[in-house]
Design a binder for this molecule. Sequence first.
Ligand code: ZN
Ligand code: ZN
Length: 414
Amino acid sequence: MSKIYSGIRGTSSLDPAETYSFNQIIKKSRNVFDVFGYEEISLPLLEEEGLFRRSVGDTTDIVEKQMFKIEGKDIVLRPEGTAQVIRYYLENSLYKKSDFYKFSYVGPMFRGERPQKGRLRQFHHIGAEAIGSNSFYLDAEIISLSMRILDIIGVREKSLNINTLGCSLDKVNFSKDLKKKLIGNKSKFCQDCQRRIQKNPLRVIDCKNKTCKSEVATLNIGESHLCSDCRQHFNDLRVLLDELGIDYTYSPHLVRGLDYYTNTVFEITSSQLGSQDAIGAGGRYNELIQCLGGPSISAIGFALGVERLMLILDKSSPRKGISVYVATVDDNLKTQALKLTQQLRGEGIRVDTGYLKKSLKGQLRYAQKKGAKFVVIMGEEEIAQNSVMLKDMDTATQEKVKIDAVVNKIKSEI
Ligand SMILES: [Zn+2]
Ligand SMILES: [Zn+2]
């Protein structure tokens, strides 16, 4: 006996109904991007490992534990979209052509660590990046864009948490301050965090470990590390969000697990998911373009996790079945049947014919199961008279119709 292969753990194979609901999410998101003036780009699944080490950060979970590396090469399956969009932007010197860009993207992302519940090896992101401005108005647009997509695809219960990390100088002060607060209790944290306290204290705040989480919750994190510009930016944004009627919670503990974020960060959770996991997140990354060798240009973006959205959305089903079935009494009429099938398909009618050896009764049963409204029956006798029988499955009546009139007759009745 040959082996029956299984799908790779942490990957999902979607059936037609799931694929339909997946595609609906993507389709609706694309419409919203279009309305907001974001242009979609398509980027490869493979990137140089260094791109993410430099941008997402060496001590982040994504880079430390989760990268899906191609063995023996400095190539990884992309873990996220932002660094890649910026790679594309810089490689093509887009900043020389225009001072402002709005991009969107959709596609699979990968994670190399052992898969756990809710954490897939291959998952999908819907994301957007707006490059070229540090305006808090743009922060508000990005936030309202992500909320709008969630509205349109039908996520009813959602909450938006926002915070600011400040500029890179503020982040340095914040780190120093945190290190002082954490170092005394170092032994209470997990092994990874004990290392992070030294190297990158900010990453302690988003450690997933339970003990670390409860320790972090007791920390008093205020806004004292912010310079006046960054404080102003955040205040302006909050006033604007109020003005726009976008509800949010200010969460000083929200830092996001990527090094490139500066200033505004946000996260959207849904109680419908039944856990604290975010369904989407984003933020500003005003230093990233420079850090990847480009000029100093500000940008902001976000990404939504498609698999998590699928968990909370009502399952809608695709339109099933066919309108017309072309049956043959005798196998030697198959060519004629296929010709008529093609003709009907050419008119955009959902039609099928049989490929198995089945009796007429068997074919009618199949047609009924598939929801066909009409069955065209081809028999020797009728064909000899250039005709077919057209059976109406609802009324169970049938009539003889000239073969060159049957397409129009069906068209007029469905
Ligand atoms: Zn600042
Ligand atoms: Zn930890």
